[in-house]
Write a protein that binds this ligand. Structure first.
Ligand code: SAH
Ligand code: SF4
Ligand code: F3S
Length: 442
């Protein structure tokens, strides 16, 4: 019998992408190999997200396809994991009876148990039993690796579905993380990104020894052979002086911070339950820029939160002009089930107005990003190579420590560190030519 094949589609954030890598590793260890497409796979998996309505819509299309493939080949097994599955729980099976297995975020091991069970019948796995650390790792490790340092979120942002899909925050043990970082580096990782919904509240729940996020940064930075360390996302509330000091002190910690803003209006921030106001956010930015003037700052912004007036929105625009982010992800507010904001009936921003606002915001964000990117022109920057350029096969693609994508001319393989002289910059990427192999100097 030919070996079983699988096809996995991933939606949502890096945490889901990371879970998907773990699913790949698990399935490889069970003897599955990747199928060319979902129509050929014995096992069709969807790792789902529910952060906005658009995510639900994309998923509905994929579920429809899976249903068709299964109708054509009845032996096919369909599984859905991740946040959407978690938020619907048993309803998944009622609404989509062709689904064989559903599991929540992080419960990748449960998928394994299901696949190994004697009889395959629909079962859900929806307890928050944390993060299963010791799954087989994927065979191919790229130079960039993710490491999830906590699961869940203790914040109560009124618009957000995550606390109800990922549960309360649980930090993974400090020593496990340092050990995992060593394994990742031994397997070829040069860059590690620490993942969590609120990474800088890491360690407060650890008993008997509480640990801090900056202690974790220090310990991972000390791992021999690690060139770059990143993290996402920190919460402005917990972005303290020690974390900023770590950016100055730790050689591997990159010159980039993603600091989600959400709104520039203190009134809206309060309604969002973000626990900081406009001034406090600006204070954090000032503290960061004092310590590392050249740092790249990126952010997330929601427009059209219920009650947002033109004046509130103007405050967001003003703050964006003042801070000059290197990039910003912008979203139109989307009401989510089981969230506090979904119950607000007053001041709902009509869709047309919200999309007009986001258009204005994006224009400003792009102007700033392009302006900010000019500071790299003429500079020589270190690039971690990812592979051939997607648009021009004669060029090479990589990323700077400031997290800017670069396309450059020169010869370099994925995983190498190269010095690149920057010739030009747009709002989204840099262009240049390689000068020498930085890694050759080590
Ligand atoms: N834990 C991170 C990221 C959460 S999800 C943080 O707190 O920043 C990523 C982004 O999606 C959020 O920062 C927010 O900007 C956006 N988002 C979350 N829920 C949303 C909703 N209901 N509607 C629109 N955007 C949303
Ligand atoms: Fe959601 Fe807020 Fe937690 Fe981020 S910090 S995951 S936006 S509740
Ligand atoms: Fe989506 Fe869950 Fe991440 S809702 S954004 S996959 S935490």
């Amino acid at each position: 019998m030919a070996a079983l094949t699988y096809h996995l589609t991933t939606f949502g954030c890096q945490m889901n992408e990371h879970d998907s890598e773990r699913i790949d590793g698990l399935l490889e260890s069970l003897g599955y190999s990747p199928a060319a497409g979902p129509d050929e796979a014995d096992l069709i998996l969807l790792n789902t997200c529910s952060i906005r309505e658009s995510a639900d819509r994309r998923l509905a299309t994929q579920l429809g396809n899976a249903k068709r493939f299964k109708a054509a080949r009845p032996g096919v097994v369909v599984g859905v994991g991740g946040c959407w599955a978690q938020s619907l729980k048993q309803e998944v099976f009622e609404r989509y009876p062709f689904v064989d297995v559903a599991f929540g975020p992080g419960q990748v091991d449960q998928l394994g148990e299901f696949l190994l069970a004697d009889s395959i019948e629909a079962q859900g796995y929806f307890e928050f039993d944390g993060f299963t650390a010791d799954l087989p790792m994927r065979a191919v490790q790229s130079a960039q690796a993710w490491m999830q340092i906590s699961v869940g979120c203790n914040q109560k942002c009124s618009y957000c579905i995550v606390p109800s899909t990922r549960g309360l925050e649980v930090s993974r043990p400090f020593n496990d993380l340092v050990a995992e970082a060593k394994v990742l580096v031994a397997r070829g990782a040069r860059e590690i990104t620490l993942l969590g919904q609120n990474v800088n509240s890491y360690g407060r729940d650890l008993r008997p020894d509480r640990r801090t996020f900056s202690e974790l940064l220090t310990a991972v930075d000390a791992v021999d052979g690690l060139d770059r360390l990143r993290y996402t996302s920190p919460h402005p509330q917990d972005m303290g002086a020690e974390v900023v000091a770590a950016h100055v002190a730790l050689p591997s910690l990159c010159e980039h911070i993603h600091l989600p803003l959400q709104s520039g209006s203190s009134r809206i921030l309060k309604a969002m339950r973000r626990t900081y106001d406009r001034e406090r956010y600006l204070g954090r930015v000032a503290m960061i820029r004092d310590a590392v003037p050249d740092i790249s700052l990126t952010t997330d912004i929601i427009v059209g939160f219920p009650g947002e007036t033109e004046e509130d929105f103007q405050q967001t625009l003003d703050l964006v002009s003042e801070v000059q982010f290197d990039a910003a992800y912008t979203f139109i507010y989307s009401a989510r089930r089981d969230t506090e904001a979904a119950l607000i009936t007053e001041g709902v921003v009509p869709a047309e107005l919200a999309s007009e606002r986001i258009g204005r915001l994006i224009e400003l964000v792009q102007e700033n990003a392009e302006l900010r990117a000019q500071r790299f022109v003429g500079r020589s920057v270190e690039v971690l190579v990812e592979g051939p350029s997607r648009t021009d096969p004669d060029r090479v693609r990589g990323r700077t420590r400031h997290n800017k994508p670069v396309n450059f001319s020169g010869l370099a393989k994925a995983g190498e560190l190269v010095d690149v002289e920057i010739e030009s910059a747009t709002s989204t990427s840099l262009r240049g030519h390689a000068t020498m192999l930085a890694s050759a100097l080590r």
